[in-house]
Design a protein around this ligand. Sequence first.
Ligand code: FUB
Length: 319
Amino acid sequence: MKEKEPIVKHIFTADPSAHVFEDRLYIYPSHDLPHDGEDDDEGGEYLMEDYHVLSMASPDQDCIDHGEALHIRDVPWASKQMWAPDCAYKDGRYYLYFPAKDSAGIFRIGAAVSDSPAGPFAAEPSWIPGSRSIDPAVFKDDGRFYMYNGGLWGGQLEKWQTGTYTENPPAIPADAEALGPYVAALSEDMTSYREPLRMVRILDESGEPIRAGDEERRYFEGPWMHKYNGLYYLSYSTGTTHYVCYATGTSPYGPFTYRGRILEPVIGWTTQHSIVEFRGKWYLFYHDCALSGGINHRRTVKYTELHYNPDGTIQTIVP
Ligand code: FUB
């Protein structure tokens, strides 16, 4: 296995959420399926319908595909588009979190449970009550689990500005505060929120909110949270400008201050990532479309080592 090369080539994988479970690196990606559908602004080309769990004994060893871990046919409430997932471990059980559209075409976040990090996972009968939009990322801090999620455009975040789903919301003015991801702590059962969703705020270096028109820095989708030297790092994709950026704060709820870029644009429209520490080194897992020759919905997961500067900033990676 080499850095910046596909971790598997026999299937197309994207949106990697990496975790260390049982002293192995487990990767929970989306599974891109080949089809001839057109790209659109709603993400209609991302027609995924199942998840495979991948794992490696260490980054320099072969990556194993543990096979199908969950299929949409076994999710009672989901109709289509199983997008970026994540996984968390608590008290002997593994919880796979994933977005999918319900029968009304509204993105919800579901949970599925297993006693193994590789699955198979059994889906809960319905989505997490109150959940909406895409891209769940679950972060454990001091024994409590927090879920971050949300995505613009096809991810439907704009449609929830009033708190209820609105099919055609007004455009957000460029000088308005940009939308951020949601955050909420999870209940003890890990399949419901213990508190109302809050929207995370991302500020600039002067303490002013990042504006909706600031496409090089504003939140688009794909949140991830990690902690380094006591500081909380929220990282995310800027979508239209194709960066993975980060912002830091002193609470898992934020606010967060924009600090810079982690990953320059990759081949392909989407960029997604996760950050994980394994045996004293930090790694960025990400995807690109190089293997498919640039087809946006045929992506491949890769990884590379991540380096911090002494002041806590992250060295930008050029793919
Ligand atoms: O893979 C489908 C969607 O594309 C994900 O949910 C987004 O983060 C983007 O990568």
